[in-house]
Design a protein around this ligand. Structure first.
Ligand code: B4P
Length: 190
């Protein structure tokens, strides 16, 4: 089994490279952002609560996200592996993920961080805003807030995975093929 956390700031290319990981290694893809947008579209109780925070570029409360993931993970415990895209986003979520996996007698193999600087992130998200229809891409102050939230609340997770010797940093600038090649190299050496 191959279980990867694909990590990085908003716009780093997590979604883009998760799709390629799924194709190449036949993994199950969990994007908490996509799952939450699905809940919003379906106007569920969770979706209504999530929309209010996502529209501001803040994080959905840990409890709601972890509960949502608990149900998903147990369904796929016998798959070839999983790619976690946008989850965990806080140290509490990282701890909860380890616990959820342990309950299913599995674990994370690597946390791969896509390293991209702020200016490039803003450029990519502004470009995506032209086609995505995402309210959190449409406004410059929300984009800025998402990056600030990442730096304050999400980046500390690096230390959590460093302590477990699972943290792998990859240069996230360049063509998608080149970046994916760097990710493949990390996986080959696990
Ligand atoms: P997400 O859906 O995860 O949104 P994101 O952080 O912007 O990442 P995304 O995957 O969309 O972008 P990507 O880097 O692939 O989360 C949205 C919101 O949901 C969060 O703000 C939060 O409110 C909530 N949420 C989600 N998970 C949560 C959790 N665990 N806890 C609490 N709240 C949570 O790519 C961006 C763009 O870059 C794409 O358009 C792509 O085409 C482009 N791109 C990629 N690689 C490129 C390259 N090499 N060169 C040029 N462009 C590239």
């Amino acid at each position: 089994m191959l279980n990867i956390v694909l990590f990085g700031p908003p716009g780093a290319g997590k979604g883009t490279h998760s799709i390629k990981l799924v194709e190449k290694y036949e993994l199950v893809h969990f994007s908490t952002g996509e799952i939450l947008r699905g809940e919003i579209a379906a106007k569920t109780e969770l979706g209504i609560q999530a929309k209010a925070v996502m529209d501001k570029g803040e994080l959905v409360p840990d409890k709601l996200v972890v509960e949502m993931m608990r149900k998903k993970i147990s369904q796929y415990r016998n798959s070839k592996g999983m790619v976690f895209d946008g989850f965990p986003r806080t140290t509490a979520q990282a701890e909860a993920l380890d616990k959820l996996l342990l309950d299913n007698e599995i674990g994370i193999d690597a946390m791969i961080m896509l390293d991209v600087e702020r200016e490039e992130l803003i450029k990519r998200l502004k470009k995506r805003a032209e086609t995505s229809g995402r309210t959190d891409d449409a406004d410059m102050s929300i984009i800025e807030n998402r990056i600030d939230v990442y730096n304050k609340q999400t980046l500390p997770i690096v230390e959590y995975y460093q302590k477990q010797n699972k943290y792998k940093k990859v240069d996230g600038i360049g063509s998608i093929e080149d970046i994916f090649g760097r990710i493949e190299e990390v996986i080959k050496n696990l």
